[in-house]
Each structure stands twice: as C-alpha cells, then as structure tokens.
Design a protein around this ligand. Sequence first.
Ligand code: BGC
Length: 754
Amino acid sequence: MSSTPTLARRPKRRLLATAAVFGLVVSPLAVLTPMEPAAAATSCADAAWMDRSKTPTQRARALLAASTQHQKYRWLVEQPANSPQQTTFSGVTYPAQLDCTPTVIYTDGPEGVRADSGVTTFPSQISLASTWDTGLAHAKGVAMGDEAFDQRRNGILAPGLASARTPLAGRTPEYFGEDAVLSGRLAAAQVNGIQHPTGKRAVMAELKHYVANEQELDRQTSSSNVGERALREIYELPYEIALNYSSPANIMCSYNQINGTYACENKRLNNVLKNDLGFDGYIVSDFGAVHSTAEALNNGLDQELNRPVWFTPEKLDAALAAGQITQARIDEAATRVLTAYITAGLFDRPMAAEVTDGSTAAHKDLARMLAEDGSVLLRNDRNTLPLTAKKNLKVALFGPTASDTPTDGVSARTICSLYLPFGGGRNTMPCEDLVTPETAIRQVVEAAGGTVTWDAGTDLVAAAAQAATADVAIVFGYQRMGEFSDLPDLLLHGNGDALIEAVAKRAKKTVVVLQTGSAVEMPWVKQVGAVLETWYAGEQMGPAVANLLFGKVNPSGKLPMTFPKSLADTPARTDGQYPGAFSDGSTTRPVGSNEIRQVDYTEGLKVGYRWYAAEHVQPLFEFGHGLSYTTYHYSRLRVTPIASGKGKWSLQVRFDVKNTGKVKGTETAQVYLQLPSSAKEPAKRLLAWEKVTLKPGETRKVEIRLSAQDLADQRLLQYWNEKKAAWQTATGIHKVTVGGSYDTDLSAYSVVIK
Ligand code: BGC
C-alpha cells in the first residue's frame, strides 16, 4: 500500500461520463425485495439523456425537460427515484419514470458492504483510521465498490464522519476518530476507492451524517448546541477536507438538531455545504430524519431517504401552489440527484445480472492486512511481545471472544463487526469466513510443538489456576457496541476486567488483546505485560492477531482517538454536555415527553487531544500513540515557510527518522502545529504525517511539502474568525513538533508567518 498520504485534489466534477441499473433500498427498518428492470420501451441510444457526448448536467437537464412534473418529483425520494418502473410506494402513487433510467439500490456501510452473505467482513473504520494509510483506505473503498457491484448494489451509504466527542458514542467504531485532517483525508481516499471507475461497475459513495451527530442517545430528539467556530473547525472540517479531495455523490444529513433546527432542514445545508464548501452532489436525509416539506427543500435537502413522507407529490404540489417552494428549487434538487447518478456512471454501466459472491481471496488478504495495520500495540513492558513459538511452549487463551465456541452466546463472531440490535441482536456484517484467534494461534504454536488451551474465563479461580501453568496467558477483552445506543461506561463487557486481573495475578506473562469499538478504561494496565488493541478486526482477525503476537508482522497502528484513564477525564464531562438535559434540568426523558434534549457542546474546541493537552489531563494513551517491536529516533527537524504571493504560504517540513531497534518496522511520523497565541487555539493540532518503513539501523530523511493549496484545502494554518465569519490565516509564531505520537515530540521548531 502507498504509505505516503496522497494529496491529489479532487478532479473537476462531472467530467466522468458513465449508467443504467436496477434495484431497491435496504435500510435497517425496511428491507424490500429488489425489483427486476422493466424492458426499455424505446432504444436508449435515442434518448437525449443517454448522449455521452453531453456533460452529466446537460444530460440531467435533457431528461427533466422530457419529464412530467410528477416524474420530476420521483428524484426527490429514494424509492421512486431508484425503482423507475414501480408506481406505488407505501400507498403514494407516481407515474412510471421515463425509460432509459436506471434502477438504483443503496446499501449500508461503512465497515463493508452490508449484505447477508457473499461479502468480506472488513475491520471497522476506527481500525482503518489506526493505519493512518490513505492507500489502504482507497484499497478498502475499491474492494467495497467491487463487492457492492457483485451484490447488485450501486450506492454505498458510507463512509461516515464524526469527531469522537465522547468515547461513549455508539457509532465510534464506524468513524475515523477525533482528528479532522486524518478523518477527512481517509474519507476522501475511501470515497475515491468506492467510486473508482474500474470499468465494470458504477457505484456511488456518501459522506454521513452531517453534522454534530455525536451520540445515539435521543439522536432523533436532541439538539447539538455548538458554537460556530467549533462547528467549522471540529465538526465540519472533516467534510470540507473530504470534499476537497473527493467528490462523493451525496451527503446524508443527520437525525439531530443543530442549534435548535433539524439537520435536514438546517440552513447549513445550503449555506455551508453547498455554498461555502461547494458541494455539488445531492443531499439525502437519514432514515426518517425529515420533518417538513418546504423548510427541508428550501434549505437544501434534495432527496428524502426511503419512502415518500414529506416529499410526496401531494405535499410538493400543495407547497408549490401555496408559494412556499419554487419550481426552480424542485428542478435544482432533481438536477443534483440526476447529475450525481449520471456522473457516477449509473446511467451507462448496467448493474450485474445476478448477485454473486465477491469476497475474493484478494479481499480476504486485504481484510487481514487492514486488521494487522489497524491494530495498535498500546503497551509492551520489557518486550513481553513478540512471542516465540517453540517446542513445549504453553499458551493459555482466555475470554469468550478468542474462540468460535459461544459462551452465553458470546464468541469471536460477537466482535467481528459492529453490533446491530436487529434480528435478535447481530452484527452489521455476516462474518461468514471467520478465522478465530484460537484457530490461528493454535496453528502457529502447535506447528512449533507447543500447546494451546482455551478457557472462556467464566470461573475466575479456575482461569487463574490455568494461567499459572502456562508460559504465557493471552486474555481477550471485548466491548460490544454499535448504532442505536451509547455505551453506559468504558468498562470491558462480560466481566473482562476481573478476568484480566485474576489471570494477571497468577500468570508468568500476561498479554491482553482488546476487541473494542472505542476507548476502554484499563484499571489492570500496570499488571499486564502487553496490550494490543485490535478493534473489531473482521473475519481475518485470527491470522492478523497471530501474525502480530508472534512477530511475523511488526505492529504499526497508531491511535486515532485518545484513551482516557477514566470516563470522568473526558471532555464532555458534565450532564449538560453529555447526555444533555431537559428543561426540568433532568437527564432522563420525562415520561411521555417528546421534548428535545439539549446537548451543550460547551467544551468548544477542546475535543479529543485538544482537551487533554489544554486541561493538562494525562490520558492513559494519547492520540497518535502506538508501539512497535523496534524503536525510532527523530532528529534534525527543519521547517521552511515559503511565501508564495499575498498571504499565501507553502511549508516544507524535513526531519530524520532512524530505526534504532533490531527489526524492520513502519513508523507513522506525525507533525503537529501550534498556531500563534492570537489564534486562541487550545492546543497543537495535527498538520501532516508520513509512514516510513525502515530496516534496523536505517535512517530516512523525510520531507513533507505542503503547498499553498494543501494548506488551504485542509485549513492547516487557519482558524475560524467568528467576528469576521471567515477563515483566517494565523500570523505570528507557529510551533512545529514531530514525533511518534501527540506527546512524544522529540524536536520543536518555530516558524514565523507574517
Ligand atoms: C442510519 C444510517 C443509515 C440509514 C439507512 C440509519 O439508521 O443512521 O447510517 O445509512 O439508517 O440504513
């Protein structure tokens, strides 16, 4: 994989000409059967909107010019837009769509293509974020796009973007952690992969859920109350960066209110997304997140997800007759949807004739590689790891999630991907070809003549006794989470903390393998030799864990979010901040009330690492932290600012990294920047990074060039000036640091930007 983050700007939009396909909508709340395409009544070669010599916008306009008003309306709601020949949707009737229009089927992501079988269960997005590798994000996107095609799907509702405001947020594993630059760049790479024109297929990508959608608790009945500066710099910047390096077909607006107005009818859709950020795709609602007809349409919503509720022909006709909406806006919304479909190729590249299993050996290799590169070695006291498989080595495995054998319903499958409370509680992904840690570790150890035992650890005394007989005890600790609810605390599930403590008391050597979707507290951390965070590592978790523990692969993942010592240390620490409160001051919803929960983002910019640094709160493991079986030394940092025109700067950052250990390794060198004090930023922030692979003793001269365009596209030298309501380049002394994590900066350098 490319280790150097690519900084290619997005191509000018709407240049790709591409086509027609067929299907339906999959949502957690309604799973409908895909429809077969109706035979085209006329030759599509004659249809003006099929003329590939025209631009997508011209083709969209040609189609609308040939449409009746109610045919136009179809584009404004997912089901009628995407099933052109079906005429009735939940009792709402439309005329059939024009011929030569594709069937479209959306499918959920982002951890993979959500389907019941025939797809690869990749590691979760928080694991992908831990690779800090845009090349891997792109590769995962390409694989997802290919598998979507094989599943007869042509729109993936992914990737998602959020800011890890609280580690309790149920969907933390679906996102890229707490930094805007890392999140935005990885999302762009994944979007480009999903939409990659591979020749055979056309698939759309989506950014979701816009915006300040940072908790599951009352997600449909809460208001995220957040200041403009934090909105721009923390919550919207990932979107802005993703949009500067990719062109997703659509953006999904979220369930919550933003400062008292629902996201899907919020002025920010037009003012920020479409105007300021120049987004020219279409905005689609989350499932049931629309609350109005005129407000939603006028403020920028283009398509209602799923069935017609607010954008029905009846309601649109009435709003038009009452002068609440305009024909121009209806045409614009339809044009946006159509242009995005045409640009993505949905009109020109037919959908696969039938569903096939797209989980190839190459995709399984990629899943394993993602699990390896996404795992983070958090602690490795006195080289506890790597282990050496040898004759008579006795390995004792503990914890239900190491094995395929269920203990009270919990097994390795439980934490293969995110939890979904449907169908009796299952995973988002099928995890069909799971290779468990127990299987893979047995293979390695037994091949060398050693033995492996596994015990779920239900009986702590027995587990401790077993641990005492082994050379090494490996305890698997898990936390199950996902959409629809937040975590109540940051403790391991299934009595995991007690199991680790019991085992660690008696074992010669204790290794903890974490399988979590977010940060966890580790009251036992000093009692164990090593901690490896593998997140939800997907179907190839076993080989990945075995390769890492036994040193076949040297860990290189870095945390994309801070791990606090305790929940009490996190930024959203008061009730008003999380979970938010009601007018009577309580945090519990009054019985029968549909009052909006007020969630006050009073921490402002102090989200993630900014909080810990500004408040001098020592985290358990800081942002960017991740150990290796070797060590690195940083030196000779030099930063050269180059003025390039009025107020425009480019930056050249150079430094040396040396592998000072005994094995080859890959280090993610991180560059941070503290803006001048006049900018009033709470702490330094991520500027750039570079992944370097070094042999023992090797030194690499790293050079990161950030052009004026790079700096502007990621707002790297800027802050949001609330008085001027504009981004502003901070002038004065900027302090640049470099190192292997947020904390361990080994050199500092000051540059003056005038
Ligand atoms: C989720 C979205 C998802 C949608 C459609 C909603 O519950 O918030 O992420 O895309 O359902 O399945």
